[in-house]
Ligand binder design. Structure first.
Ligand SMILES: Nc1ncnc2c1ncn2[C@@H]1O[C@H](COP(=O)(O)OP(=O)(O)O)[C@@H](O)[C@H]1O
Ligand SMILES: [Mg+2]
Length: 309
């Protein structure tokens, strides 16, 4: 079973300003983003036991100040955030049509796109981390040259004992082409210890015919530990060279599935850092996502974040 040098975690990616409708053309301002949602839930779950940082780049404007202040108040390590004097945070707006949600993004020139421009800042952010988490969205928003800078920093951190976890979170609209995604993914899988894909993403990108086929593909790419999420279906797992599957308990009262996978990742990774087996970590992941999907929005109120033994 994979172990960790330290429980300290750094999640890398973009958080955006979120505008969620509250009726009559009015919106409530929040912050969200896949790797941020995961980091935030981990910071609550590991409270007092580990430092959890969110490595991103934001602006120097008031929204960015409010974001950094909110993270600091919620026990995240904000020393790994850099500030861009020219750019500000990306933004998205949620549109509600009955219970269906759609998302409109303004993120093409966000400060986060520069998060990997400076290799020495990345090295500093990763120093002492036991786990570094990133996603396909993190990679999608980077200029190709900066992606190489990030890969070099990950390789160096791994050589110093850090583990790397990766959620492919394939978002075709963020990439120039599906071929570009297919060229980039193997590069990051070669640097990944724990992969947390969703089956429907892998089907769309690679045409996998079963979650077992997904596990086999990740194993061939060199990933030691893989948990394949599949909505209400079983979670398939590869660990210590063995494959298996755990059923997903039925969840009643689903209100909003946004962030289900990010919450799963938080539960899974927190449990693994605390020394639990991949099978126990899947159960933790399912508990986190069950809470997330019965609540509106991608992040839980603090009091509803499941506790971990
Ligand atoms: N309909 C559902 N019923 C029960 N659990 C669900 C449901 N949808 C999602 N989940 C939980 O959330 C996790 C992640 O969901 P999934 O839809 O596979 O990921 P993503 O949000 O990344 O697309 C699942 O492994 C499961 O634990
Ligand atoms: Mg996902």
């Amino acid at each position: 079973m994979l172990d960790f040098n330290s429980l300290n975690t750094v999640s890398v990616g973009e958080a955006m300003v979120e505008l969620a409708p509250v009726g009559e053309g009015q919106y409530k301002r929040g912050f969200a983003g896949d790797t941020f949602n995961t980091a935030w839930h981990m910071a609550q779950a590991l409270h007092g036991r580990a430092s959890v940082g969110f490595a991103t780049r934001v602006g120097m404007d008031k929204f960015s100040d409010a974001f950094v202040a909110e993270l600091a108040a919620d026990d995240l390590d904000v020393s790994v955030i850099t500030r861009d004097p020219q750019r500000n945070m990306g933004l998205y707006l949620i549109e509600l049509d009955g219970v269906e949600r759609s998302f409109h993004y303004w993120r093409g020139t966000s400060a986060a796109r520069g998060l990997a421009a400076d290799g020495s800042a990345l090295a500093q952010a990763f120093a002492g981390a036991g786990l570094i988490h990133l996603s396909g969205i993190t990679l999608a928003i980077l200029p190709p040259a900066d992606r190489e800078t990030l890969f070099a920093a990950l390789a160096n951190a791994r050589a110093n004992g850090a583990r790397v976890s990766f959620d492919p979170n394939i978002r075709p609209r963020l990439w120039p082409s599906m071929d570009a995604v297919r060229q980039t993914i193997p590069q990051v899988l070669a640097l990944t210890d724990i992969a947390l894909p969703s089956f429907d993403d892998e089907v769309a990108l690679w045409g996998d015919t079963s979650p077992e086929a997904t596990l086999a593909r990740f194993a061939t790419a060199g990933v030691a530990e893989v948990a394949v999420k599949n909505g209400a279906g079983p979670v398939s797992v590869l660990a210590d060279g063995q494959i298996g599957a755990l059923p997903t308990p039925e969840v009643k009262g689903i209100r909003d599935t946004t962030g289900a996978g990010d919450g799963f990742n938080a539960g899974y990774l927190s449990a693994r850092l605390l020394g639990q087996t991949p099978q126990m970590a899947i159960i933790a992941g399912q508990r986190f996502s069950a809470e997330v999907i019965t609540h509106l929005g991608a992040r839980l109120p603090k009091a509803r974040v499941p506790s971990l033994p």
